[in-house]
Design a protein around this ligand. Structure first.
Ligand SMILES: [Zn+2]
Length: 224
């Protein structure tokens, strides 16, 4: 389906929530879940280049494009949900496998494609903004099943701006993350980098937190 090596980033945890509050989307992180600190990072030489790495590497640290990913612990349902964010591993899981971001079941798909919700400001970086939005737009928001598209359109703070889309070709495109270039003075943390396409040399010093798809063969539709 996609030109992306399979089985390259394994899911950790059993994927089942400790408890499953109906209105907390699967991709939402909880305050008991933690991301790793900068102290776990180092640089290494690989293929003639220096790149970001973990001091104690695990097989699941990199995706099929060799991009290093944020480590995010899994304890879904424990503590309080942080609705404004997404859990990096669960976002990857849903976006990669085109699962509903709320329930993690297969996203709605019909002859016109997968069901996504989007809005023009979903793509904040001008250099990546699609002039033909929504055709060609980049998104970190995984697709939805029909029932949860209706729920999201009712409850989400972005809801007034939502447009329902059928996407015939949601192409795996790249990642969104944080750059960690290392200087003689130590780490420089750059949160402002845009979505980077797979193959971009800047990815060697990026810790990815969101998988990005590009929406192609897009139709604007009514919410099903
Ligand atoms: Zn769903």
């Amino acid at each position: 389906m996609h030109a992306f090596p399979k089985n390259t980033r394994r899911r950790r945890g059993n994927g089942r929530p400790a408890r499953s509050p109906d209105l907390v989307p699967y991709v939402v992180p909880w305050d008991s879940e933690h991301v790793g600190g900068v102290s776990a990072l180092t640089t290494e030489h690989h293929g003639g280049y220096s790149r970001l790495a973990y001091k104690a590497p695990r097989e699941s640290d990199r995706d099929g494009a060799e991009v290093l990913w944020t480590r995010h612990t899994q304890s879904r349902g424990v503590g309080n949900p942080k609705f404004a964010a997404m859990h990096s591993e669960r976002q990857f899981e849903c976006m990669y496998a085109l699962k509903c971001q709320v329930c993690a079941e297969p996203a709605s798909r019909n002859k016109d494609g997968y069901l996504f919700l989007s809005w023009p400001e979903d793509q904040p970086h001008p250099e990546n903004r699609s002039p033909g939005w929504p055709e060609g737009a980049l998104t970190t928001q995984p697709p939805l099943c029909e029932a949860h598209a209706r729920t999201a359109a009712r409850l989400c703070p972005h809801a007034p701006h939502f447009v329902a889309l059928r996407v015939g070709l949601p192409k795996l495109w790249g990642v969104l993350g944080t750059a960690y270039p290392r200087t003689v003075g130590g780490w420089v943390i750059d949160n402002t980098i845009p979505e980077l396409r797979f193959g971009d040399p800047r990815l060697r010093h990026v810790l990815a937190s969101h998988l990005v798809r590009q929406l192609r063969k897009v139709k604007i539709v009514e919410l099903p």
